[in-house]
Design a protein around this ligand. Structure first.
Ligand SMILES: [Zn+2]
Ligand SMILES: [Zn+2]
Length: 291
């Protein structure tokens, strides 16, 4: 089936860097969600390997060139893998929808948001900067909806994110941002309400299972995914970001597949593009041992 909403993952954990940068195109508009990328400062006690540093540079170059074709830029929250204060020129002449910089936000993101707004205010399209939380806009036959803020992960310790849905005719693309699951009812409710055909999901943080990500959160996530598949029209779930920092991810995909009420495609962003996943952060120890 040819999709009317074109979704192109640009930079992702399964493409070698921490990111959820996604370009979306309909007949009416072009949207670039979370155009940034970053590396984990320390994994297994090691700093980023040279190969990761090179991949980050490639990813940031791809992001800069894709951004030229975007009419709308969306920033779902103020972590550096989702917004890039070192390259405010990316928003030159564009409409920018941002997570509210002062409402439902933790201290560190509030400080980053204020700084980022200052950097982009002279660059975005005049009067083109808008707070996105709980808003919806219509461009031709395309409806873009931004959710109310939901916790970043299993609680609000890391602040809040907004989800983005883009609807065109009978198709809806939903971008969850950093939900690390969805393990919470409030995150799941929004996904159910949007009735997406394609979901780009920040999956459970299994690489911290039993440590910063409790077993109960994984169980809740599995239950919520099952409910989403039974109650929406979803055909494909692209699962990535926190989920692809675990070398054992295939085991969890199998488990998800096994509990689903119907056949559904659950794949990484790399696989969605027809590529093999390129896990670098998760393989950092190995990268150091061979180079
Ligand atoms: Zn985040
Ligand atoms: Zn993130």
């Amino acid at each position: 089936m040819v999709s009317k909403i074109k979704v192109i993952p640009i930079a992702f954990d399964s493409l070698g860097v921490r990111s959820m940068a996604t370009f979306v195109e309909t007949a009416d508009t072009t949207v670039f969600i979370d155009p940034s990328a970053a590396l984990c400062p320390r994994r297994y006690g090691l700093p980023p390997h040279q190969i990761e540093i090179e991949e980050l540079e490639n990813a940031l170059n791809r992001i800069a060139s894709v951004a030229e074709n975007a009419e709308i830029i969306v920033i779902t929250h103020y972590h550096y893998d989702h917004h890039n204060p070192n390259f405010p020129e990316l928003v030159n002449g564009k409409i920018v929808f941002l997570k509210h910089p002062r409402d439902h936000i933790n201290v560190s993101q509030r400080i980053r948001a204020a700084r980022f707004l200052k950097l982009i205010e002279s660059k975005a399209k005049p009067k083109g900067i808008e707070y996105a939380d709980d808003r919806s806009i219509k461009i031709g036959d395309t409806i873009i909806r931004f959710s109310t803020p939901v916790p970043h992960g299993i609680n609000d310790r890391l602040g809040y994110v907004i989800m983005v849905s883009i609807k065109y005719e009978n198709e809806t693309f939903l971008f969850t941002s950093d939900v690390e699951g969805p393990s919470l009812d409030e995150q799941t409710r929004i996904i159910l309400r949007e009735n997406p055909s394609l979901i780009l999901l920040d999956g459970p943080m299994t690489y911290m299972l039993g440590y910063r990500y409790p077993m109960s959160a994984l169980q809740n996530t599995l239950n919520n995914l099952k409910e989403i598949v039974s109650k929406t029209q979803v055909e494909t779930i692209i699962i990535d970001h926190h989920f692809m920092r675990d070398l054992e991810y295939k085991k969890y995909v199998k488990e998800m597949q096994s509990i689903m009420p119907r056949k559904i495609s659950i794949i990484s962003a790399a696989e969605f593009l027809g590529k093999e996943p390129l896990l670098l952060e998760a393989r950092r120890k190995e990268l150091y041992s061979i180079n």
